[in-house]
Structure formats: C-alpha cells, structure tokens
Design a protein. Structure first.
Length: 318
C-alpha cells in the first residue's frame, strides 16, 4: 500500500516542474546536503595527500620569492621571503585548510550539477537536456579560474614584497598565504561562472539577450571594479588578468543568449509579445468538409434522453 502511494505521488507530480514553496525548500535542502557531502568526501580523501598538495601550492611562491642560502635578497636583487609555520596547532590548521580547499575545487562538478538540477524544473522538458552540458562547461571554467589564480600568485607576491625595507627579511606565515590562495581560487573560479549564470537566466526566461546586450557598458565597468577589489594587490596587470577573460566570456554568453532568443522566437511566434499585448488571430474560415468531420460533443452529465430528440447532445429545450 505504501509503495502504491509513492507511485501515486510520483504520478501526481506536475509535469512542468511546479511545486509548492515547501517542496522548493525541501528540494533546496536536499541539493545542499548532496553538495556538502561531496565536498566532505573529497576533503577526507585530500587529507591523505596533504603534503603533496601543500608542496604544489607553495612551489610557485618559493620559486618566485623564496630566500636561498639564508640571504636577504635573491640574485636578481628583489626581496625574498621565508615561509613559516607559527604555533603548535598551526600545522594541523593548515592541513585542514589545504584539504578543504581541495575538496571545494575538486568537487565543483558535483555542486555545479546540483545547482543546475535545482533550477532545471523551471525549464521545459526539451531544455533539461542541457544539464550535462552545463556541468561539462562549468567545471572546466571553474578550473580555468583556479589555475589563473595559481599562475598570477608569484607576480602578486613579487609586487607586494617590493615594499620591503632594505636589509629586512620577510617571514610569510603559511596559513596567511593559504588564506590568500583560497580567496583567489574561489573568487577567480566563481567569477568564471558568470557566463553560465547569464545563460541559465536566459534559458529560464528571466533575462533576454536584448536586455543583456543593453547592459554591456555597465557589465564591463562592473567586471573591472570587481577585478580591482578581488585581486589582493589591485595592480593593473593582475586586475586585467582577471577582468579581460571575464569580459570575453560575457560577450560569448551574450551571443549564446541572442541565438537562444532567435530559436525561441522561431519556435513560438508569440514569444516576443509583452504580457498585455494580444497575439494575432487566424481568422481564415475553415473548409466545410473539415467542420463535418469534427465529432459531435458528448451529452452533458445528468441529461437523460427522456424520449426527446437530441441534436449534438442537447434537446430542443436547451
């Protein structure tokens, strides 16, 4: 009986994905739990490879500004720095930060899919097939942003250490450096998801390509301001390294949105009409033969024959 009730509940589910607010909140909770569970699993696995990951994260910094042979400056004359671990518990905290960062980055395909799956019920049935494409593109974009942050870290460190006084040694705590790495990786990775967010809003009918195209000046200015605040140094090379790819991705998303709007108008002639605008009616008379082929409507409930003649299910009184 319980099994049949479950089947009945599934059968009663709205084909267009509509559900009450409580069901939306329950769906959001389930998606968040799955995302958190994926992050925790990857974090635990990453903990076993902690030393390899931390060496990978520290390598570009040490190759760029690491002190060698106890000298204060490197051979190129620029100030250098020593990576340090302060305190008894710091090493354990660093291991947790490294594992959690790896869990968030490596589990990006899972939580990106959960994000799309939560919004997918708002799409038509023929548009839900883009879920895999969303994840297939979103995960590499997040990875590209993370790699870009990893690549520009040495340049950022070199610029910051240029303010070091002469004959002074820089001691850089590893936990502070990891906080910087985590911030840049997450910010750069999420920033590269902007085009997918715009495409998602367009596919769900919230945002049209025409409106998005009208915002291009404000979007370029907003992306530039965001890059200035997101980069730790704010210097032009680092800022442009983040802003230019996002601007290029924005215009790519704009092109995809315009193509999707054109496809939608081709499939639905009334798609471009506003809510208070009436669609054109086809007033062409139908052939008489077509009307004769239409079956007569059935009799209304409760209408007994009563011996009277009925025409198309109705008697002479009705």
């Amino acid at each position: 009986m319980l099994k049949s009730a479950r089947k009945q509940g599934k059968a009663d589910k709205d084909a267009e994905g509509r559900m009450p607010l409580v069901e939306h909140l329950r769906e959001l909770r389930n998606r968040l739990l799955k995302s958190v569970l994926a992050i925790l699993v990857i974090t635990v696995i990453s903990a076993f490879f902690y030393r390899d990951i931390i060496n990978f994260l520290l390598k570009p910094m040490l190759d760029s500004v690491g002190c060698r042979n106890g000298v204060v400056t490197q051979r190129n004359g620029h100030p250098c720095a020593d990576m340090t671990v302060n305190g008894l518990i710091s090493a354990f905290s660093i291991a947790l930060k490294v594992s959690l960062t790896a869990g968030v980055v490596l589990s990006a395909p899972v939580w990106l899919y959960q994000l799309w799956a939560f919004a997918a019920p708002g799409l038509h049935s023929h548009e839900k097939k883009y879920a895999r494409s969303f994840v297939a593109v979103g995960a590499p974009l997040f990875g590209v942003g993370a790699v870009l942050a990893y690549k520009i870290l040495p340049q950022t460190a070199t610029i910051m250490l240029e303010f070091t006084p002469d004959h002074a040694r820089n001691l850089l705590p590893v936990d502070d450096y990891l906080d910087l790495v985590t911030r840049m990786v997450i910010v750069f990775g999420l920033a590269f998801e902007l085009p997918l967010l715009l495409i998602l809003l367009n596919f769900t009918g919230v945002l049209t390509g025409k409106r998005l195209g009208g915002w291009w000046r404000g979007m370029v200015l907003g992306i530039t301001i965001f890059a200035a605040f997101a980069t730790p140094t704010g210097d032009p090379p680092t800022m442009l390294a983040l802003a230019l790819p996002i601007v290029a991705l924005y215009f790519l998303a704009l092109g995809i949105c315009l193509l999707n709007d054109r496809r939608r108008r081709r499939n639905d002639p009334d798609a471009g009409l506003s809510d208070d605008e009436a669609s054109e009616l086809d007033l062409t008379p139908a052939p008489i033969g077509a009307l004769e082929s239409v079956p007569a409507p059935a009799a209304l409930p409760g209408q007994a024959d009563g011996g009277r003649q009925r025409i198309n299910g109705y008697d002479d009184a009705t």
